[in-house]
Design a protein around this ligand. Structure first.
Ligand code: KG4
Ligand code: ZN
Length: 412
């Protein structure tokens, strides 16, 4: 089964084409492109939704072209006849792209120039995310599904982050954000090899959740942040310290330097809710503590020294890590868990990864972590969500809706 995954929920325009094999329970990634918009959003200090939307509209066709080209470069590339836009489709497409005229133009120009790729399902992120950004991807997926007469899967971005850790391959060069990532190759699916229920920790820019995974496709949220997500906390603390968006990677680099150089924070920072009797989180107090500490240190017109910035970065990263590990330890014990699945952009943080791996060793857990370039947003994970949700596939052209908030399952 060939699945085209499309992801536009935030500031990455990503398209992936995979071939899933049910018998061998494996997937082959035929093409996988991630175009990051980070540079465009830096001046705004965060992702600006309408700008993200505009950028997606501009990038979807080039990203599709790149993904198909990668797939075409593989000898057995599946090709399925001509790709034509018949005149009767033109008004349909015009109405789908009412708000994205330049994307309509790009679709009309590009699609007839290629052969129809063999695709059995188009999986599109319908939420959670920035609704203007989600809509562009949804409209694009619907248009392709109509032109090529291919069913649609409405996929959940957070489920994608869980599934990104359920594929395994070892010999892959790492890609980084801001570049085109080539992750073509073969992967085994691990869903049939793990003990359920498993526990998933999702840490991204918009989410911090602990999810009970009863099986793939069946999730219960047992804990989540009451205010800021951990990635958001990284980004906001970075801003307070005068570092550029996205701050997560910068904090983590400075924290690593502080550890190597033995630099401590001028003051300890709180570990909010670390001992609370639940699996919830709160990170806004930590962010505010950094703000107040910074204000105090710069009260009489001084600027923060490099060592102060490094020390605070280290302490902030330690505080977030301590809370995440403590809550996971508690949840693992409460639910008798053997397997932990980690996902979301913050998994790119080496310190947090290592702390979770240490927890896994001490608790005798199996821990599944996505490779770095699959931890931040990508469309491979959305193609996987489509594959696992194939029973719920919708007819070509089905109208879909964007959901800013879309829980993966009920809160218990
Ligand atoms: O999953 P993701 O790509 O997008 C969302 O769905 O939110 O996560 C992005 C978040 C950002 O907040 C970014 O600062 C954070 O992941 N992040 C990191 C690191 N790399 C990315 N946070 C801490 N350390 C990192 N190395
Ligand atoms: Zn994400």
């Amino acid at each position: 089964m060939y699945i085209l995954g499309i992801e536009t929920s935030c500031d990455e325009t990503a398209i992936s084409l995979i071939e899933a094999n049910e018998a061998s329970n494996s997937v082959r990634v035929l093409g996988n492109t991630v175009h990051s918009q980070i540079d465009v959003h830096i001046p705004y200090g965060g992702v600006f939704p309408n700008l993200a939307k505009r950028e997606h509209a501009k990038n979807l066709i080039p990203v599709l072209a790149q993904t198909l080209e990668q797939a075409g470069a593989i000898e057995s590339a599946p090709i399925d006849g001509p790709s034509v836009i018949t005149p009767d489709l033109e008004p349909v497409l015009a109405s789908i792209f009412t708000y994205e005229p330049e994307l309509l133009e790009a679709v009309m120009a590009f699609i007839p120039t290629i052969r129809k790729p063999r695709v059995d399902l188009i999986s599109i992120t319908v939420g959670p995310g920035l609704t203007p950004a989600l809509w562009v991807g949804i409209n694009f997926a619907r248009a392709l599904s109509i032109i090529w007469n291919i069913p649609l899967a409405a996929s959940n971005h957070m489920e994608g982050h869980i599934l990104a850790a359920l594929i395994s391959k070892t010999d892959l060069p790492l890609g980084g954000p801001g570049t085109i990532v080539d992750a073509t190759g073969s992967y085994d699916l691990l869903d049939r090899r793990i003990t359920y229920p498993a526990l998933s920790l999702l840490i991204s820019g918009g989410h911090t959740q602990i999810i009970l995974v009863e099986k793939v496709g069946s999730y219960k949220i047992i804990g989540q942040t009451r205010d800021d997500a951990v990635g958001e906390c990284f980004d906001k603390i970075a801003r307070t310290l005068g570092l550029q968006y996205p701050g997560g990677p910068k904090i983590s680099a400075l924290a690593a330097q502080a550890r190597a150089e033995g630099i401590e924070s001028p003051e300890p920072l709180p570990r909010p809710m670390i001992s609370s009797d639940d699996f919830d989180f709160s990170f806004s107090g930590l962010k505010t503590s950094v703000l107040y500490l910074t204000k105090r240190l710069t009260a009489d017109g001084k600027t923060l020294s490099v060592d102060q910035i490094k020390g605070i970065a280290r302490e902030a990263e330690d505080a977030m890590t301590d809370v995440l590990v403590a809550k996971m330890k508690k949840a693992v014990e409460a639910f008798g868990i053997e397997t932990v699945i980690v996902g979301g952009g913050v998994v790119a943080n080496a310190h947090i990864r290592k702390a979770l791996e240490t927890l896994a060793v001490s608790e005798g857990l199996r821990i599944l972590v996505p490779q770095i370039d699959h931890s931040t947003d990508n469309a491979l994970m959305i193609a996987l969500a489509g594959y696992f949700g194939r029973d719920k596939a919708l007819a070509p052209g089905t109208e879909l809706k964007a959901f800013g908030t879309l829980p993966v399952g009920p809160r218990i």
